[in-house]
Every structure is written in C-alpha cells, then in structure tokens.
Design a protein around this ligand. Structure first.
Ligand code: ATP
Length: 460
C-alpha cells in the first residue's frame, strides 16, 4: 500500500518543520506550503490524503483552504490549527467543513491522534510497524435507520456527510423520533467506528455523582471511592460520546463539560493530572435549547460549542409512506423476539395507522404494535387491536396530544397491572434495566422511579 500523504500549510518555517518531523516519524509522506496560493497548487500536484493548515496565512486564511477543498476535493479531510483560545475560528472552520482542529501550542500527541483518525477516512492507516490496517468504518454500509420518505433520504445523506467530520453535532427532534439511533448511525459510519459509542442520559445521573460519572475518580477521593474508576469520557476515548437530554445538565456541570470539550482533556475527581481524551461529542434533546439559553438555564458558550452543526430529526407524521415500512419492520422484530408466526396488519388497521399523528413518534408506533400483537387473533391486527387514542384535530401540539394519550386507559394501566408488567419485563431481561425499560417503552429514569415506587428493588 502506498505511503499516505499529508500536506502541511503554515507560514512559519519552525512550525512547518516540527509538524513535518512528527508526521515523518509516523511513517507518512509530507509536503509543505507557506501560503494559500502555494497550497492550492500543491494540493493539485501532491494529491494529499490529509491537509493540516494554519488559520492565519499571508495571502488569506485556513478557511479559504477548507472551502476550496470542500468544493474541489471533498474526499480530503482538512484540519485547522487555531490560535490559543480562539474557539470562534475553530467553530467557523468546522461549520465550513473542516474535519477537526488543534489549537496552538500544538500538543503533538493530540495531533497524532487527529492524524490517525483522519487517515482512516481514506480507508486505511499505516501503523508503526509499517503494515496497513483496514478502517473499521464503512460509509457504504446499509443504514439501520428505516425510511424512504424524502425527509429521511435527506437525513441519511446528511448523516453520511457528518460521519466524515469530527464536528460536534446537536440533534434535535421530538421524543421517540430516533435521535439516539441517528447518533449511533453517525458513529458507525465514522472513522471512530472501531471505538465505543457511549450514550449518556444526562437527566438520569444524580447531580452529586455526575462529575465522577463523567470524568472518573481516584481511590479515596470521597466516601465510597474504594478504587480508581474511569469515567464516561475515558470510556468513549477514540469513540463517540452521546449526551442525550443535554438540557438536563445542571449549570455547574455545564462549565466542567465545556472545559473538557475545549481542552480535550479531563481531570478525574481527586486527581491532580489532566488526562487527554480523544472523543467526538454528539448531543440531543427534545427541548428547545435556544429557549433554555435565553432563560439562563443553559450556558450560551456550551450551546455554541455543542451546536456547531444542528441536525433535525423529522417527526414521524412528516415522513409520508414510512409508517408502513416501519410497521412491517417492527412486526418482523416482534415476531422474532417472541418466537411467533408472522404478524400482519389488516388494510383497515394500516389505514388507521396512516391517519394517526403519532405524538410519541417511532417509539409509540413500536409500542402500539407490541400491544396489538398480543391482542390480535390469527396473527392479523385489526384497527381495534391498535387501541389508538382518539386524537381530535383540535389537539394540535405534541404536548397537548401527549397529555391526552397519557390519560388514555391503554397508557394508564392500574397500579397492580403496571407493577406486574414491570416485574415481568425485568424478569424477561434478567434485570437488565435498560433492556426492560426499552421493552416497556419507558425511559430508564421512569423505570427506576417505578422500581422504587413499587419497592421492586429487593425482588431481583
Ligand atoms: N427510522 C427508524 N428506523 C428504525 N427504528 C427506529 C427509527 N427511528 C426510531 N427507531 C426506534 O424507535 C425507538 C426510539 O428511538 P430513539 O431512542 O432513537 O428516539 P429518541 O428520539 O432518542 O427518544 P428520546 O427523545 O426519548 O430520547 C428505538 O427503539 C429506535 O431503535
């Protein structure tokens, strides 16, 4: 396999030399340029696999290079080197399509991480022994996101593009619309696919444990810290950290998170040393984060940092024919899960689903079908098996609709029923609460609350 090529663009000869030496030691071929003009010519002749550019150049900026590459050579990742503390220009470069950034003074180990990850975009990296390894990411793989509507085709195309960048993505969409699935898909298609995807429900971690959960702790740093423990940031090293329900982060934690993101380093509770972490951050909430910023419950600087690229996941009722595709997909899954014969929807039931607005989105569709599968006869679901709440056109907002649906008897089992359903789900999943919550169609937090409420803790 040919040596991979990196073009270094900087007008300071010392920095050019330092970067060149670092890259040569990694077994890479390099070329350098000292201006925008020289860079554009060298890109054509050298055909690099990666560009590293300073932001300030004598005849323009690094952004000119990013934009040129986006236009002419979109397959080449370009990373920018920004002045110390200049987050604005880093964010601007990411928005323009830069792959990632490093700030000055350049931390060489962070730079090596960046280069390694970026080069996997070209499908292979050269390791220290000179052999090549195939990238674990695969941008041509089938998407696990079901949907052929225009809105979903657009979403899938955007995901493929975003997977190639390191930019933080803020995913916005109604509850149950598939935000976590989208985040996971970005990870799976990215050069980080070989690392872990770590989803975190920010609303479910008790405030006093949050710092230790995120950053880990040292033995003896507080009562109960009987040994060193790594946090979620370290678990996501070389992978992706997905901050779900990010609006639920307390303000104190927001400051610490911002710092960790900017420094690409964390300090475990009770520790003295900073530990570098190489992670990509994706975040999501169904809340209006801009409103939270206006109201002062979410820090503007963190919002700005997380929301470099915003991705909207459309609500299910805007996805045309996808309801049928999804329904058939879930019915197959349900039959497999419960070892049942194939289950079908009668035309009238399909019609009823197509008319229904799905305020709880895809998760609600899955729940409705699970329930209907237990109620139906001869493996054919009829409209009455769906038990669709009567949602009048007057109830327009998702929240009002959700309130109405929550009041529907099918969504409000008697306490005893609920308790036994929960117990059953817990037993079926061998007390895996995450899986049980999923099966029950509730959040982990809701399940934990109910386990407490019904004093089921001791039953497992
Ligand atoms: N397009 C889709 N194709 C297949 N499955 C989907 C799709 N969208 C959502 N799902 C499934 O629906 C369920 C809910 O999706 P997910 O948890 O990603 O939603 P969410 O928007 O993150 O929800 P919340 O706001 O409650 O965190 C999951 O089981 C997910 O796998």
């Amino acid at each position: 396999m040919a040596q991979q090529k990196v073009l270094v663009i900087d007008d300071e000869p010392d920095i050019r030399e330092l970067l060149e030496i670092t890259l040569l030691r990694m077994g890479l071929d390099t070329a350098t340029a000292g201006s925008v003009k020289e860079a554009l010519l060298t890109i054509q002749s050298f055909q690099p696999d990666l560009c590293l550019t300073d932001m300030k150049l004598p005849d323009g900026t690094g952004l000119d290079i990013v934009r040129y590459i986006q236009r002419e050579y979109a397959h080449i990742p370009v990373a920018v080197i920004t002045a110390f503390g200049s987050m604005e220009s880093a964010v601007e470069a990411l928005k323009a399509g830069a792959y990632d950034f490093v700030s000055k003074p350049v931390d060489l180990s962070k730079l090596r991480d960046l280069v390694q990850t970026a080069l996997t975009l070209s499908g292979h990296t050269e390791n220290s022994s000179g052999t090549t390894t195939k990238s674990k990411s695969d941008n041509t793989q089938e998407s696990s996101i079901i949907g052929e509507s225009e809105a979903m085709q657009r979403l899938n195309a955007t995901i493929a593009k975003l997977a190639r960048s390191q930019a933080p993505v803020f995913i916005h969409g109604e509850s149950g619309s598939g935000k976590e699935l989208v985040a996971n898909e970005i990870h799976k298609r990215s050069p980080r696919a070989g690392g872990s995807f770590i989803p975190v429900n920010c609303g479910a971690i008790p405030e006093n444990l949050m710092e230790s959960e995120f950053f880990g702790h040292k033995k003896g740093s507080f009562t109960g810290a009987v040994e060193d423990k790594k946090g979620l940031f370290q678990a996501a090293h070389k992978g992706t950290l997905f901050l779900d329900e990010v609006a639920d982060l307390p303000l104190g934690m927001q400051v610490k998170l911002l710092r960790a993101i900017q420094e690409k380093a964390i300090k475990p509770v009770g520790g003295t040393e900073e530990v570098g972490v190489d992670i990509r951050i994706l975040s999501a909430t169904h809340k209006d984060l801009e409103k939270e910023v206006e109201e002062g419950s979410f820090r503007q600087d963190l919002y700005y940092r997380l929301n470099v690229i915003k991705l909207d996941v459309p609500p299910l009722h805007e996805r045309g024919g996808d309801i049928e595709l999804l329904a058939n997909f879930f019915l197959k899954l349900i039959a497999e899960r419960w070892a049942l014969d194939e289950i079908h929807l009668s035309p009238a039931a399909m019609n009823a689903l197509n008319q229904y607005p799905f305020p709880g989105n895809v998760r609600e569709l899955e729940n409705i079908l699970e329930r209907a599968s237990t109620l139906c006869e001869d493996n054919v679901i009829q409209p009455e098996d769906l038990q669709l709440p009567d949602v009048s056109p007057v109830v327009k907002t998702a929240e009002a609709m959700q309130a109405k649906i929550s009041a529907h008897p099918a969504w409000q089992p008697e306490a005893d029923d609920e308790k036994s359903q929960i117990l059953e789900a817990l037993e079926q999943t061998r007390w895996n609460r995450t899986a049980a919550a999923k099966q029950l169609g509730m959040t982990f937090r809701q399940l934990r609350y109910r386990i407490k409420k019904y004093e089921l803790d001791d039953a497992g």
